[in-house]
Design a protein around this ligand. Structure first.
Ligand SMILES: [Zn+2]
Length: 253
C-alpha cells in the first residue's frame, strides 16, 4: 500500500469498542471509508483535501460507521477462544462435536461414530495443541473430500488430477490449469453446504477457467443456492479460525 502520511487515532463513535481510525493520504481523487474485518475504520483521503472537509464527511457518515462497527462487534462476540475443556464444541462442516478427553487417546481426532472430538487427557510435552487440532481437522476434511470429489466430478463431468488441502488466508480454493485443486482447510469450519459450494466452484474451473456467465451458470446447475453460500463466506469467512469456536446459541449457521 502506497501512502503519504498515516495517522492513527480513535474515532469518537468507536471509542468504547476500541476500534481505531486510520487516516491515509493517497494520490486519489475521492475520499473513501472502509471498515475492515477487525472493525477498524480506514479513511483514504486525497493528498490535498482539508482536514475540515474530512471531519465533516466522517460526521455525516457517523450512523453508517456505527452500524457497521456494531455489526462486527456483535459477530465477534459470538466467538470464544478454545480452552480445550471437556464439552467444548468443535465445529466440523456445520455440526458440533463436543470435546471428550480420554487417557487412551493419543492425539486429537474426530470420532464420527460417537459424534465427539477426542483428545488425550494430558498433553504431550513439546507439541502444540493448536497444530494437533489442525491436523485432526485436516484428516477429517480429507476424508470428506475423498468422499465428495469423485461424486461431484462425475456429476459435473470433470476430471481433477490432484486434490490437496492448504491453509489460505484469502482464498477458499484454487484450481490450476494442470487440474490440480487445493481447498482451504478453514472450510472445515463452515456449514457443509458452503464447503460444498467451494468444491463445486473449483471443479467448475476445470471447464471454465474464468468467472464468466457460462462459469456461473455451470456452478448454478450443481448448486442452485450458490449465491447464498457465496454471501455466507463473505460475511463469515474471516471468523473461521481454529483457535476459536462459535457459541452454540448464536444464529446464522
Ligand atoms: Zn473462482
Amino acid at each position: 500500500m502506497k501512502a503519504g502520511k498515516t495517522v492513527c487515532k480513535r474515532h469518537e463513535t468507536a471509542k468504547k469498542a476500541g476500534y481505531m481510525t486510520e487516516f491515509r493520504r493517497e494520490k486519489r481523487k475521492t475520499l473513501t471509508l472502509q471498515i475492515n474485518a477487525e472493525g477498524n475504520l480506514i479513511v483514504k483521503a486525497p493528498l490535498n483535501m482539508s482536514e475540515r472537509v474530512i471531519q465533516q464527511f466522517l460526521e455525516d457518515k457517523r450512523d453508517w460507521i456505527a452500524f457497521h462497527q456494531n455489526r462486527i462487534l456483535e459477530k465477534a462476540s459470538q466467538y470464544v477462544d478454545h480452552r480445550y475443556e471437556p464439552g467444548e464444541p468443535f465445529w466440523f462442516l456445520g455440526e458440533v462435536y463436543p470435546l471428550v478427553k480420554m487417557e487412551t487417546v493419543e492425539k486429537p481426532r474426530f470420532d464420527v461414530a460417537k459424534k465427539c472430538f477426542m483428545m488425550p487427557k494430558t498433553g504431550k510435552a513439546g507439541t502444540s495443541v493448536e497444530s494437533e487440532v489442525q491436523a485432526a481437522y485436516r484428516a477429517a476434511f480429507l476424508e470428506y473430500l475423498e468422499q465428495r470429489i469423485p461424486i461431484l466430478s462425475k456429476q459435473m463431468n470433470v476430471n481433477p488430477r490432484k486434490i490437496g488441502i492448504k491453509v489460505y488466508k484469502s482464498q477458499w480454493g484454487n484450481a490450476k490449469n494442470t487440474r490440480d485443486i487445493h481447498f482451504n482447510l478453514r472450510l472445515a469450519l463452515a456449514p457443509r453446504m458452503v464447503a460444498e459450494y467451494v468444491l463445486i466452484h473449483e471443479l467448475a474451473h476445470l471447464k471454465h477457467m474464468d468467472h464468466s456467465k457460462a462459469f456461473w451458470r455451470f456452478v448454478e446447475l450443481q448448486d442452485p443456492e450458490y449465491a447464498e453460500h457465496r454471501a455466507w463466506l463473505k460475511r463469515n469467512g474471516s471468523y473461521l479460525n481454529f483457535s476459536r469456536y462459535k457459541r452454540l446459541e448464536s444464529s446464522d449457521l
